[in-house]
Design a protein around this ligand. Structure first.
Ligand code: PLP
Length: 462
């Protein structure tokens, strides 16, 4: 029998090169067959094409063309965030350099549950997470955290959902099982869901008629241990809750504060926009998602923690991974940095990106997408047949055809999806349904924005 080549080891490089060429070519082939932001024809047509390309999932005899065929099929049926008309979700086009770094992770396959599976990657994670934690907690105007007895730290997660879940777990371990989550109805669904998962009391969801959490509305919260969760960059509209006022309220009431900056956290890299996150450093925990405003391939989540002592709750011993005598002999103990066991070093692509682009390069990407959103909002506002919800805070624009019903708005979105011409999101705000454009593609040009609006106009029934 011919053993298939391994990705690493002496034959790795020679085996990998032609396969990478196959992948890159199949990606292009698939994209050409698609010819737009997503495959035309809707779910049935896409599913049929995939079934055709796959054929027998587990054939008796292997198919050497499988890599090309399946990559090409998945690329053809992808919603490509690098297409300027693919702008529905917080779904960014990843940077080439980050994807290349991620390939190295697949090849080396380190696992961050013990030092002997990831000696270098574990040190890299320690270095980079410490830097990210200080970006959150020591940024200009954040006060004198540097003199505090605690040290900020950060954990790597699979995304905002896991970060929010860990934040609630740390709140429970710090304040006890009666801690009640209080968040706005603008908060991400993963927050109340985590409260359910962790067996916490029923969360208190505060109404947010203007899209952000009003600190005055917190005055009606009951006594007892509280975790207030504010949002910096709401999923629907990209709005930022009044963080300094909420932080003051928490300080006065002795409540713990979590800030979900899954989307807005990327603003930290921009001199122009960082000020919008004032108050962030007051949070006990902060969620960041670098697979949103950070141009990373999924997954690239971070949970920053102001006081590293809070992480003691995650300490775990397993003799086969971090035996006491190994730890005493100086082997780093990594198990307490996650609830997962086997864990891929997502930190490598993040580290490569931070160092390749630098603060200036990343900040420029942030500025670029925020500027695109501002331009798109201006086009909408100046257009007699469209209505703008509000000027964008980050890079999300809510808009709708003037005088359309909610059903018509929903139908326009589905029509564009089905025809494979544009991927726009939807959001409810001010009691109406809006189309949502989330601009995360820094290569989008002004002409693309005009083209997108023109396309929506042409799809709207008169
Ligand atoms: C996207 C998002 C999340 C969830 O993050 P995932 O990476 O999808 O798990 C949480 N909170 C907010 C505000 C988000 O926008």
């Amino acid at each position: 029998m011919n053993t298939p080549p391994l990705a690493s080891g002496p034959e790795g490089r020679d085996a990998l090169r032609p396969l990478l060429d196959t992948v890159v070519d199949a990606l292009r082939e698939g994209a050409q067959a698609r010819g737009g932001p997503l495959s035309a024809g809707g779910p049935h047509a896409v599913a049929a094409r995939v079934r055709d390309a796959v054929g027998t999932v587990l054939p008796d005899e292997g198919d050497p063309e499988a890599l090309r065929r399946l990559v090409s099929a998945v690329a053809e049926g992808a919603a490509d965030p690098a297409d300027p008309f693919c702008a529905a979700h917080l779904h960014c086009p990843p940077l080439a350099v980050a994807a290349a770094a991620d390939l190295a992770v697949s090849v080396l396959n380190p696992s961050l549950d013990s030092w002997d599976q990831a000696p270098a990657a574990s040190e890299l994670e320690a270095l980079v997470t410490r830097q990210l934690a200080s970006e959150v907690y020591l940024f200009r105007g954040a006060g004198n955290c540097a003199t505090s007895p605690h040290r900020p730290e950060a954990l790597v997660t699979t995304g905002g959902t896991e970060s929010n879940q860990l934040a609630l777990l740390l709140a429970r371990e710090t304040l006890g099982p009666d801690v009640r989550l209080v968040c706005g109805e603008n908060a991400h669904h993963s927050l109340p869901r985590s409260a359910w998962l962790l067996g916490l009391p029923e969360p208190l969801i505060v109404r947010t008629p203007h899209g952000t959490l009003d600190p005055a509305a917190l005055d009606t919260t009951p006594r007892g241990p509280l975790l207030i969760a504010a949002t910096a960059g709401t999923t629907d509209a990209g709005l930022i809750d009044p963080l300094p006022e909420i932080a003051d309220w928490c300080a006065q009431r002795g409540a713990r504060l979590h800030i979900d900056a899954a989307y807005g956290g990327g603003l930290l890299f921009s001199d122009q926009h960082r000020g919008k996150l004032e108050g962030l450093a007051a949070a006990d925990t902060v969620t960041l998602d670098l697979h949103k405003l950070g141009w990373q391939p999924v997954a690239a989540g971070i949970l920053a923690v102001r006081d590293n002592n809070d992480l003691a709750a995650l300490t775990q011993r397993a003799d086969y991974l971090n035996a006491d005598d190994d730890t005493e002999a100086g082997l780093p103990d990594l198990l307490g940095r996650s609830l997962r066991t086997t864990r891929r070093p997502d930190i490598l692509k993040i580290a490569v990106t931070l160092k390749t682009l630098g603060r200036t390069g990343l900040g420029a990407l942030v500025d670029q997408v925020c500027d695109l959103a501002r331009q798109f909002a201006e086009l909408v506002e100046d257009h007699p047949r469209f209505e703008l919800h509000a000027p964008p805070t980050i890079s999300t624009v809510l808009f709708r055809p003037a005088n359309a019903t909610d059903d018509a708005v929903a139908a326009v979105r589905r029509m564009l999806l089905t025809d494979g011409r544009a991927v726009l999101g939807r959001a409810r705000a001010a009691n109406r349904l809006w189309l949502k454009a989330t601009l995360l593609n820094p290569t989008t040009r002004p002409a693309d924005l005009a083209g997108l609006l023109h396309l929506v106009e042409g799809t709207t029934p008169r």
